[in-house]
Design a protein around this ligand. Structure first.
Ligand SMILES: [Zn+2]
Length: 353
């Protein structure tokens, strides 16, 4: 990484919120973040996962990925797609996001910036749904996709498979959503019962939201990071960053896990039934990131998707980075991510320069 005279910090961010409309009329937002100077490179759109929000990429670290992108000249756009906890909750599926949210967001950024092409950094269910849109040919303006954790092939730990298979049908009858935020604020009898069951079996730390996150999203204690990778401020900050995730999503993921690859569950214009049945309808170069210790989606998830792309595009331009010592979200939230992860992302973004 090149030395920057005065590195960008959160205090330098100039944040603008842009309202736009998804393809089915749902109101969404994009958050544009600029630093002290104007960007001299093109737009990069960052896409969060399920039940979080655009702020995921701005944890209270001395240096975030957003800071690193700004200092590298990129025009940074953070998407709040329909899974965002900053928007009114809806029973979304990956199909809705792939067909309606990501194509509209990409069109908005292209129109707002006048750029011919854009790049995307996509995480978890932001990645699965964005990769669906890309593979179906719905975001032709995107020339580079950097994906973390999972894209076309969800491979989850054995305990998670058991949990999603047995719990999803029951959940469908009991609640419209789960919410790791119940750790601090349980609303109603089901929330209080779930909280008590989780806190009684997860004793890995004293942060009730962190423990609820591990129950909701994986098989580890914790599931989405290692405590050793988080500083205290970030571990505390996550209390406010996890909210509702609808059971409609878990029902789709259960089917995808069973199939071994993404499948659509709602008929939406332009989507595919099976995302691995044919060559990807995209010219975007893909770079796959996989934390070796990921206990939400095992690193084989990204390994398989990279091999799928390589099979169809043997020129070797798509890349895979398996990250030792990293799990699911500490790839972005880790206290050493600036040293270990940001250089990889910046190099992949600048690959064609
Ligand atoms: Zn914790």
């Amino acid at each position: 990484m090149t030395e920057i005279a005065t590195p960008t910090t959160r205090a330098d961010h100039r944040t603008e919120s842009h309202a736009f409309t998804a393809g089915d009329g749902l109101p969404l937002t994009l958050v544009r973040v600029r630093g002290r100077t104007e960007p001299w490179r093109g737009p990069v759109m960052l896409v969060h996962g399920a039940g979080v929000r655009a702020e995921l990429f701005r944890p209270p670290l001395p240096r975030t990925l957003v800071d690193a992108l700004i200092d590298d000249g990129w025009d940074v756009w953070l998407l709040n797609w329909r899974a965002s906890i900053d928007l009114p909750p809806v029973p979304w599926t990956l199909d809705d996001a792939a067909a309606y949210d990501h194509p509209a967001a990409v069109r908005y950024v292209v129109a707002a910036t006048g750029a011919g092409t854009i790049k995307a950094i996509v995480h978890c269910q932001g990645s699965t749904s964005f990769t669906m849109a890309a593979v179906a040919g719905l975001v032709p303006q995107v020339d580079t996709v950097i994906t973390n954790a999972v894209s076309l092939h969800p491979v989850i730990p054995r305990f998670s498979r058991l949990k999603i298979r047995t719990l999803t049908p029951a959940l469908t009858r009991l609640t419209p959503h789960l919410n790791p935020g119940w750790g601090d604020k349980p609303d109603g009898a089901f929330a209080r019962l779930t909280r008590a069951a989780v806190l009684g079996t997860h004793r890995e730390c004293d942060n009730a939201v962190c423990r609820m996150v591990s129950f909701t999203y994986g098989a580890g204690r914790p599931a989405l990071w290692s405590h050793a990778n988080l500083d205290d401020a970030t571990h505390e900050w996550i209390r406010g960053e996890f909210g509702e995730v609808p059971v409609s999503f878990f029902a789709q993921m259960e089917r995808c896990v069973r199939a071994g690859h993404l499948v659509s569950v709602r008929s939406r214009p332009g989507l595919l039934d099976d995302y691995t049945a044919e060559a990807p309808r995209t010219e975007a170069r893909f770079s796959f990131l996989a934390g070796e210790d990921n206990l939400c989606f095992l690193p084989d998830s990204q390994q398989l998707s990279w091999e799928f792309f390589r099979h169809h595009r043997p020129d070797g331009s798509d890349t895979l980075h398996r990250l030792p010592g990293y799990g699911h979200l500490d790839v972005f939230l880790g206290k050493d991510a600036a040293r270990d992860v940001h250089p990889i992302i910046l190099a992949e973004l600048g690959w064609d320069a």
